[in-house]
Design a protein around this ligand. Structure first.
Ligand code: ADP
Ligand code: ASP
Ligand code: MG
Length: 405
């Protein structure tokens, strides 16, 4: 078998952990399998590197940021290879570019365009364990790029897809995908299985356990993923095709605090306003998430929308001139909001799911500012101060034993 294993930052945080991971890898290798291991930077290295950059230049170019951040994964890849050498096994570590990761030039959030697998295959043919620095690649100018925070997951799934691996294991610091962040919700429980679509929604809506692009890739190339712990040796969660997964009403609750709400109050109630506003936001390359437009009253209406928290000010700047020109009463944004979501393929065929979520929030005295839904998710925007209470209340409404009957 060809196995791809990915180890997150906590899993390689110190020498003991590095040897623990070396043990997991060599165990598979001993069984006769080909093993490729993708690693993240140790512990909080990436955050520390970002902090170092800020001390020098808060407006550093994205190119130089990627040059810096890719160093974290270079260190862990080399250290892990050294540990495996010490255990007496053949091994080689490769940086993203050596492993054939070609990306576009979007520094800081580059997309994989192609993985040239020649070098990895040659090393596997020599019966070597291959360690790959995750999170990084090279663009057509020959410059180093990174894939965005949490991007090592995407590196791992990318290699698994490019090489047609039989198994892709994502080792992390929890033993699977839970019904909510197990560090925040003590009653959350581990799911045995989840579909690609459900996992994609959960990851996009704030569950950082898997990077959403990695799930997108896994779905596209039908790579079954297993999310499991590098410490406790218990079965993890399988992420796979819908037909093989039991339908549950709701699979999980997620929280996203990376949200800003932009509010335009009192714009004329006439055709074309929404078009003018959102085409300006789009031109500024800002992604809009939830949109709410009030019913017109006294010939005016309000438009509210959400964007990523660091795009609030930019959104306001992009539409300020237009909004002033048409005589809106006010244009403001705030980041004291959070988005709470529930995800589950079962809600497609069940009524009353939204009502149950809203009831839980009402009982907790939490006000809903905006609502958005799709076939398999419901999201609400609330005050950031209520976020953790909201997750607990909604989780309990769907997952406490008495409520699941
Ligand atoms: P790694 O460094 O291994 O990539 P991450 O920190 O990126 O690990 O992701 C693992 C973390 O994701 C867990 O420690 C947990 O707190 C968080 N998390 C959030 N939502 C969930 C969830 N639904 N299930 C499991 N973990 C979750
Ligand atoms: N080290 C990078 C980060 O912290 C990539 C990863 O961990 O997947 O975001
Ligand atoms: Mg991660």
């Amino acid at each position: 078998m060809l196995i791809v294993q990915k180890f997150g930052g906590t899993s390689v945080a110190n020498p003991d952990r590095v040897f623990n991971v070396a043990g997991i890898i060599t165990e598979k290798f001993k069984e006769g399998h080909d093993v490729i291991a993708v690693v993240s930077a140790q512990g909080d290295t990436t955050d520390e590197l970002i902090e170092k950059a800020r001390e020098i230049n808060r407006d550093a170019s994205r190119r130089e940021m990627d040059m810096l951040l890719s160093a974290g994964e270079q260190i862990s890849a080399a250290l892990l290879a050294m540990a495996i050498e010490k255990l007496g096994y053949p091994v080689i570590s490769l940086l993203g570019w050596q492993a054939g990761f070609n990306t576009n030039s979007a520094y800081g959030s580059a997309r994989i365009k192609r993985i040239n697998t020649e070098r990895i295959r040659a090393e596997l043919d020599k019966r070597k364990i291959v360690i790959v620095a995750g999170f990084q690649g090279i663009n057509r100018h020959g410059d180093i790029t990174t894939l965005g925070r949490g991007g090592s997951d995407t590196s791992a799934v990318g290699i698994a897809a490019a090489l047609g691996a039989d198994l892709c294991q994502i080792f992390t610091d929890v033993d699977g995908v839970y019904t909510a962040d197990p560090r925040k919700v003590p009653t959350a429980f581990k799911l045995d299985e989840i579909t690609y679509d459900e996992m994609l929604e959960l990851a996009t809506l704030g569950a950082q356990v898997l990077n959403n692009r990695s799930v997108e890739l896994a779905k596209k190339y039908n790579i079954e993923l297993e999310v499991l712990s590098s410490i406790t040796k218990v079965p993890g969660t399988r992420v796979k095709e819908a037909v093989k997964v039991e339908k549950m009403l709701v699979k999980g609750v997620a929280k996203d605090t990376n949200v800003a709400r932009v509010m335009i109050v009192g714009v004329p109630d006439k055709p074309g306003v929404a078009f003018q506003v959102f085409s300006r936001v789009a031109k500024a390359h800002i992604n809009v998430d939830i949109i709410l437009q009030s019913v017109g009253r006294d010939n005016t209406k309000d438009i509210t929308f959400t964007v990523a928290s660091d795009k609030g000010a930019e959104s306001v700047a992009a539409i300020k001139d237009y909004v002033e020109k048409i005589g809106a009463k006010s244009l403001t944004y705030d980041t004291n909001v959070a988005k709470i979501s529930i995800v589950g393929a079962g809600m497609e065929t069940h009524e009353g799911v939204a009502a149950r979520m809203f009831e839980a929030l009402a009982d907790a005295g939490i006000n809903i500012q905006m609502i958005s839904t799709s076939e398999i998710k419901i999201s609400v925007l609330i005050d950031a101060a209520d976020a953790d209470r909201a997750v607990a209340a909604v989780h309990s409404a769907f997952f406490d034993v008495q409520n699941m009957l």
